[in-house]
Write a new protein. Structure first.
Length: 467
């Protein structure tokens, strides 16, 4: 599916009755008695502000009615008055009609977002250079952003753990907080409301040490963490752009399962850079985001969103996908053509360079067609940010598995399987950062982090009830 097709799918997505009523209110508020859109005239410097203020009519008691919220209606974005004047502008975004965005906070090199059981947002802020990001602005820390006064913005930034230059994966499970520290996964006890550690962290496992002894790439060091509905905890390990294609098929980039006693076993292999992993809460399904071979768009390559399944091999560095070796690659040890017959087939694929970066699942609180979808952030092409946006992939209601979705060629069998949700980052200016980490709060809001500027925002439908 081309970007143009995605835009058409986004524009044609039908609004449910509740949101349609909100959008209608927004549109009418932007019009004069003649029904034509109002615009500021010469010599009327406050006319635009008055029109914007009039349009800001989200239902009372909703998140979108909070001061500073930017709402999208038929007439475009308008801002609810009363927000702090220093709030970064968000009107450059494009969202579906009936949705709003709100600034939440800023954390340098914000690479991972996780909500604690008490509702505080935890943010990983590393300083080690990796794919994308702005390591020079990182804090080498995990920070906490609470919103105790429920005004929609973080009250303060609290350092939870420091001296963590290479941290990204975060996980709350088993009354513990798990986090990445280089090649190690560590944990500490966690109870609801903790904003400082209650004990010293303990090492759970180290991927570079025996018996796993997984090779560690200096650039693809980030490790994603999550726990499946059945209690299995997963951790990813990055491969390298320079990995040699060998007939012996050694394990490098992979997904492993681990336990609190430190034991680990291989789940899936054949990854170059599995930069994100997230599990559903109502199905025993986890998805991993794979950044495939750079510059391979002319040799069969594609970025992937894949289901985490035991025994799967995703083909890297030999195969672009099932039955398709990279056209320029042969086995380095035998010079033969790679056998790709047993490579797993991805369910979601993207153009090389569009760079899927994060994934999470809408918890069933949004209106159709966005309800119960997997949302994927696309980081965009390095330097131009082309392709940077947020898309939504359909899920099978019975199994939770993703529907076939691709932006390659003419798209998948069902255009509604892949919808564009948010855009505006790739406007040619490169001044709005790039969407990176994504997570949904228990209250239904989507939180997005930009790892270039460090800006964190949340997005919600206009009908979502507030605190």
């Amino acid at each position: 599916m081309t970007t143009a097709n995605l835009k058409r799918s986004f524009q044609s997505a039908a609004l449910p009755a509740g949101l349609a009523a909100v959008v209608g209110t927004l549109a009418l508020a932007a019009c004069g008695d003649s029904g034509k859109a109002m615009s500021p005239g010469p010599g009327a410097p406050d006319a635009g502000k008055a029109a914007n203020d009039a349009q800001a009519t989200a239902p009372a008691g909703t998140y979108c009615s909070l001061p500073g919220s930017v709402l999208w209606g038929a007439g475009g974005p308008t801002t609810v008055p009363g927000g702090p004047p220093s709030t970064p502008p968000l009107e450059w975004l494009t969202l579906p009609e009936g949705f709003c965005a709100h600034y939440f906070g800023t954390v340098g090199d914000a690479r991972q977002l996780r909500f604690a059981p008490g509702g505080e947002l935890f943010v990983a802020s590393p300083t080690t250079t990796t794919t994308g990001g702005n390591a020079s602005e990182g804090a080498a820390a995990i920070v906490v952003l609470p919103d105790d006064n429920h005004d929609g913005a973080a009250d303060q930034s609290i350092t939870f753990l420091s001296n963590l230059p290479s941290t990204q994966g975060l996980l709350f499970a088993n009354d513990s907080f798990y986090f990445q520290d280089g090649a190690a996964v560590r944990k500490l006890p966690y109870k609801k409301g903790d904003r400082q550690p209650s004990a010293m962290p303990q090492t759970v496992t180290t991927l570079s040490a025996p018996p796993i002894a997984a090779p560690q790439d200096s650039l693809h060091w980030p490790k994603a963490l999550d726990v499946a509905m059945d209690g299995t905890m997963y951790v990813t390990n990055g491969g390298s752009q320079g990995d040699a294609c060998l007939s012996t098929n050694p394990t490098r980039g992979a997904v492993f399962a681990f336990q609190d006693d430190g034991s680990m076993h291989l789940v899936a292999k054949g990854f170059r850079n599995p930069i994100a992993l997230r599990c559903e809460t109502n199905h025993n399904v986890c998805l991993a985001v794979e950044l495939a071979l750079d510059y391979s768009d002319t040799t069969g390559g594609r970025e992937k969103v894949v289901v985490v399944r035991s025994g799967d091999d995703w083909g890297y560095p030999c195969c672009a996908t099932r039955d398709l070796p990279y056209s320029t690659v042969t086995y380095s040890d035998t010079q033969g053509t790679p056998d790709c017959a047993n490579v797993a087939a991805e369910s979601g694929s993207f153009v090389i360079g569009h760079t899927p970066f994060g994934v999470d699942f809408e918890p069933g609180m949004w209106p159709a067609p966005w309800k119960d979808r997997a949302f994927v952030t696309l980081h965009g092409v390095v330097g131009s940010f082309v392709g940077a946006r947020v898309v939504a992939i359909g899920l099978d209601a019975t199994t939770g598995l993703p529907m076939p979705a691709t932006e390659l060629g003419n798209g998948g069998p069902n255009a509604d399987s892949l919808l564009q949700f948010a855009s505006g980052w790739d406007d040619g200016m490169q001044d709005h950062g790039r969407p990176a980490a994504i997570t949904f709060a228990a209250d239904g809001r989507m939180f997005l982090a930009d790892d270039n500027l460090g800006i964190i925002v949340w997005i919600a439908p206009a009908t979502l009830k507030g605190p």
